[in-house]
Write a protein that binds this ligand. Structure first.
Ligand code: UD1
Length: 428
């Protein structure tokens, strides 16, 4: 177990390179199962969710050769065990993408119920209904194993009753090799949906409309391997934008797609930051005070829920009273009690938080409750007076590549410290 120790108060200035997108990577890696030849995937982020996805593939029998820290060769020609066991699925939500990928390849899949960040109820009913609409039968066995199978996958017209990133990706994977045309309506439009569709098309799939409300998929009978470069991570970039604004710093954030950051830019400008956009980089700096705002999370292109905790930290030290409405998840303010320990004034009522700005936060021992909450606590530590110690940073390591090192390179006083196992041995 490691923890971060942060001495707050430094203005962070300089430039950082953004890694490949976690949420695209964890969809693209299972998608290599659809290829009948080898794939070369570039710009993979070096994070634990990627390591785990590669381990799942290699335990299935795929050849996985890591060529350098961001490039991997994957050949799924000889899969021997098309199964995702609980010991892997419990750590990451995206393990359920192996369902759609294995269904497409073998018309049968066994994947344990997924874990991941605890953000409230995370049902998978839309995934299951989508698979059923393609002709699959899906059962969840008593031990929590999801079993899906089909005699044949057959294209269909599917209207999702709510927008879901995961269900869109899963059904898109399965439909890529279904017979005939599948039309998916009311789909998610996040950048990683488009990235997965581009990857599948580069392998020979026929998918149109990703990034809009309707995706049309003409199923193909076979796909070939491909070389593909993953898009930059929208949320890692947004987190560094928030860090520049929070620390009154000046950071050039490189290797990004500015279009993916528009909703974040808009809110940061309202809060008081200056944002300059270039072709594949963005500069964020702040000289004046932080202003109160109202923030509501929404599916893309609205403000991303995965940036909500980081923005809340800025508002804890803004002038006046801000309101944050979490419209995606039922329980995404668990980190508020940790911020209160640092002196923040936050009241939470269900999916709404009201934040009254205080003059400053004070360093304290805190615990990362999930991935983005962990990133938010790092930002809080960077601006707090004194020392903040953040435990359970394994959550953060699931989604941020070399977070502490990147922060050090722009002037943060942050260290990763090993914490010995604190299990107390029984007295007798
Ligand atoms: C993905 C992201 C996650 C992000 C979320 C919303 C990945 C690996 N994770 O999660 O970081 O916070 O999108 O942008 O990409 N829902 C149902 N039934 C379902 C599926 C979802 O009711 O079958 C509900 C959820 O409870 C939630 C909403 O739909 O309220 C959105 O969830 P969804 O878009 O599916 O999120 P994930 O794909 O799990």
């Amino acid at each position: 177990m490691n923890k971060y120790v942060i001495n707050g108060g430094n203005r962070l200035c300089g430039s950082v390179d953004i890694s490949g997108a976690k949420n695209a990577a964890v969809a693209i890696l299972p998608a290599t199962l659809l290829a009948e030849g080898p794939c070369l995937i570039e710009n993979l982020p070096n994070i634990s969710d990627v390591t785990r996805s590669l381990k799942i593939l290699s335990e299935m029998g795929a050849t996985v050769n890591v060529l350098n820290k961001s490039t991997v060769f994957i050949d799924t020609a000889h899969i021997t065990s098309p199964l995702v066991p609980y010991e892997h699925a419990k750590h990451m939500r995206a393990s359920y993408y192996f369902l759609g990928a294995l269904l497409a390849r073998y018309k049968t899949a066994n994947v344990a119920m997924p874990g991941g960040c605890d953000l409230g109820a995370r049902p998978i009913d839309r995934h299951i209904r989508g698979f059923e609409d393609l002709g699959c039968s899906v059962t969840i066995e008593p031990g929590g194993m999801i079993h899906a199978s089909a005699e044949a996958l057959v294209g269909n017209h599917i209207f999702f009753d709510g927008v879901s990133v995961g269900a869109t990706i899963n059904v898109m994977l399965a439909a890529s090799k279904a017979e005939g045309l599948t039309v998916l309506e009311n789909v998610a439009k996040e950048p990683h949906i488009v990235d997965l569709a581009n990857f599948l098309n580069s392998m020979g799939a026929d998918i149109r409309g990703a990034g809009t409300d309707v995706i049309k998929i003409h199923g193909v009978s076979s796909m070939h391997g491909a070389n593909y470069t993953i898009i930059p991570d929208q949320i890692e970039a947004g987190t560094f934008m928030a860090i520049a604004a929070a620390t009154a710093g000046d950071i050039v954030i490189k290797n990004i797609i500015p279009k993916h950051l528009e909703s974040i830019t808009e809110k940061l400008v309202k809060i008081g930051a200056t944002v300059e956009e270039y072709d594949d980089s963005i500069r964020v700096f702040r000289n004046g005070p932080l202003n109160k705002i109202t923030l509501k999370t929404l599916p893309h292109p609205g403000f991303p829920t995965d940036m909500q905790p980081q923005m809340t930290v800025l508002l804890t030290v803004a002038e006046g009273s801000s309101m944050i409405i979490e419209d995606i998840w039922d329980n995404r303010f668990k980190y508020a009690s940790e911020l209160r320990r640092m002196g923040a004034d936050i009241r939470v009522d269900g999916k709404v938080a009201v934040v009254d700005g205080v003059p400053f936060l004070t360093g304290a021992p805190v615990r990362a409750t999930d991935l983005r909450a962990g990133a938010a606590l790092v930002i809080a530590g960077l601006i707090a007076k004194g020392t903040t110690e953040i435990e359970d940073i394994y959550h953060i390591e699931r989604g941020y590549e070399n977070f502490a090192e990147k922060l050090q390179s722009i002037g943060a006083d942050i260290k990763t410290v090993y914490v010995p196992d604190r299990t107390i041995a029984p007295a007798f």
